[in-house]
Design a protein around this ligand. Structure first.
Ligand code: SF4
Length: 346
């Protein structure tokens, strides 16, 4: 029996995940037939299964999408050839890429065009890294954070850029950054680090939590990079930590001799899974919120979706009332609902 649970704030859904889940919910509501989604919309097992239950088909290759089907591209960003392939075969393509990933894609293209060799810190095979590297494969070298710069040799040491996957651990990114700056004094990097606000805020919360907790539990899926980074932050500070998909994965032996549990969730984990963990732990002194900062970021739905729904609404209104609607529909009031509500109506 644990005494207390400290629940990190912020935790769970970030603005990019909110946008992607709501966008896919719109697609499910608009189309009768299956909606196809290139890659998991977000890296969370529960969310993916929820969409599969309402007919979304997740594919790993764009040629698995039947000609003329509606397609959504995941929040992690897609390679240019995937976007082109989707546009060739699909009736409609909605790209739910997070704008903070798009920013890195733009940086890669810009620096490659300027003739820079690009060091990209990321995890080989992760959807985001695959899509980003594909923007300029001939100019980019993927660096696994734990392996460092290795044998990287630029053609011109004065023209080296360093970019990163948005969801890395801050400390692992910093190590590579420091050694790259030492080796290449003219190193170009983005003015603000590529690590996104959600990644850094959730890690800051864990960094503060480890001072007060005997154990850290992180709710999130195995393939979620930012979730794994949260576990590593706690371990780096010498506090035992475990990633769990759901409350039923908690092992009794983890809790032996533990008084205070610090609890958080990766950026793609729904909050009801966090509540279920609190219920499972059933702390004798209850739980408290442990807040380090507030987040107010909001990302609008993808422009293709807004345009498409706008056209549909106009057609329906014209055929029914022959005049514009007096009340805005949900697409115009997107800020007023959440991804959690979207998942509830699936
Ligand atoms: S974790 Fe960061 S980069 Fe990834 S979807 Fe969320 S806000 Fe965007």
């Amino acid at each position: 029996m644990v005494d207390r649970v400290l629940v990190a704030e912020p935790r769970g859904f970030c603005a990019g995940v909110e946008m992607a889940i709501k966008a896919l919910t719109w697609m499910v509501r608009i189309f009768d037939g299956p909606v196809y989604c290139y890659h998991e919309i977000v890296h969370n097992e529960w969310v993916v299964k929820a969409f599969e239950r309402v007919g979304v088909v997740f594919v790993d290759h764009i040629d698995q999408v039947p000609e003329g089907a509606p397609v959504m591209l995941s929040a992690h960003g897609s390679a240019p050839e995937v976007v082109a392939g989707a546009q060739d075969r699909a009736a409609i393509v909605i790209d739910a890429v997070c704008p903070l990933v798009t920013k890195v894609h733009h940086e890669v293209k810009r620096m490659a065009e300027k003739g820079f060799d690009i060091l990209y810190i990321g995890h080989e095979g992760h959807d985001e890294a695959v899509g980003t590297v594909a923007e300029a494969p001939e100019s980019i070298t993927l660096i696994e954070p734990e392996l460092g710069l290795g044998a990287f040799e630029p053609s011109d040491p004065e023209k080296v850029a360093l970019l990163a996957q948005t969801t890395l651990g801050v400390y692992e990114w910093q190590e590579v950054m420091d050694s790259a700056q030492t080796r290449y004094p003219d190193l170009w990097t983005a003015r603000r680090s590529d690590l996104c606000y959600a990644t850094t805020n959730r890690q800051s919360a864990v960094q503060a939590l480890v001072e007060h907790a005997d154990l850290i539990l992180v709710v999130g899926s195995e393939n979620s990079s930012n979730t794994q980074a949260l576990v590593r932050v706690a371990l780096e500070h010498g506090v035992p930590a475990h990633r769990i998909d759901s409350a039923d994965r908690i092992r009794d032996d983890w809790l032996e001799g533990i008084s205070v549990v610090g609890l958080t969730a990766g950026a793609s984990a729904p909050d009801h899974l966090v509540q279920a963990v609190i219920d499972r732990l059933d702390p004798t002194l209850g739980f408290e919120l442990f807040s380090v900062t507030e987040e107010e970021e909001y990302f609008p739905l993808p422009p293709q979706l807004r345009n498409f729904v706008g056209v549909l609404q106009a057609m329906i209104e014209a055929s029914v009332t022959a005049r514009p609607a007096r009340e805005p529909g949900l697409i115009e009031t997107d800020r007023s609902w959440t991804a959690t509500e979207a998942l509830d109506i699936l």
